[in-house]
Design a protein around this ligand. Structure first.
Ligand code: AMP
Length: 216
């Protein structure tokens, strides 16, 4: 099964993709995490992505698509994949369709997470990430047991440099202009399911899993 999680920045794609993937024994692929990992390691890919990420712009399609398709080709992906943050525009969606079609596969379902604008800002500004395992926390809604430390691996928590007011504004603009057209792209063939993203992590992931079950 190939799932895509769509939603504005802060809608909870990463948190939900990780939770649902864990519960359904699927692989969670986050294009943002792949870039942040490359950035942290100082690889060529990281160097290419850096300036775009800092500005909240999309990294060029060729670079992004190649990175994600390479990851998708790994053997562990045979058990099913949740894509989080990819595709982010029509070119990427078409490249994904083409690559899956070659393998006689397809995007099975797209979950659109919907959260109010005010809530999105609150979520992004309070978000903290583990530098080591990328687990996501929120200083108010889901704080770690020990301040600044990841519950899962003890790694240091940090605030993403693109979670500042100016960059958030740009990322939202990029989402509405470039990514939101994907809603219709996936709605037309009947692949889109809309899920309200407000509420606890388990409540929302429960709703997503229910949608997936109904579809089987
Ligand atoms: P995210 O963690 O999904 O919010 O992504 C963080 C940043 O990584 C984005 O603001 C982009 O600069 C870059 N990025 C992640 N996914 C993509 C993508 N599919 N296409 C282009 N750039 C991306």
């Amino acid at each position: 099964m190939y799932l895509v999680f769509l939603g504005a920045p802060g809608a909870g794609k990463g948190t939900q993709a990780a939770d649902v993937a864990h519960k359904l024994n699927m692989v969670h692929i986050s294009s943002g995490d792949l870039f942040r990992d490359a950035l942290g390691k100082g690889t060529e890919l990281g160097k290419k992505a850096k300036s775009y990420m800092e500005r909240g712009e999309l990294v060029p399609d060729e670079v992004t698509t190649q990175m994600v398709l390479e990851r998708l080709a790994a053997p562990d992906c045979a058990r099913g994949v949740i894509l989080d943050g990819f595709p982010r525009n029509l070119t990427q969606a078409q490249a994904l369709d083409k690559a899956l079609k070659r393998e006689k596969k397809t995007v099975d379902k797209v979950i659109l997470l919907e959260v109010s604008g005010e809530e999105l800002i609150k979520r992004l500004s309070g978000r903290r990430i583990c530098r080591n395992c990328q687990a996501v926390y929120h200083i108010m809604n889901s704080p770690p047991k020990v301040a600044g430390k990841c519950d899962k691996c003890g790694g240091e928590l940090y605030q993403r440099p693109d979670d500042n007011v100016e960059t958030i504004k740009n990322r939202r603009e990029v989402y509405s202009v470039q990514t939101a057209p994907l809603i219709d792209y996936y709605r037309k063939p009947g692949k889109l399911a809309e899920v309200r993203g407000e509420g606890g992590v388990d409540v929302v992931s429960g709703k997503i899993i229910e949608v997936l079950r109904q579809d089987r």
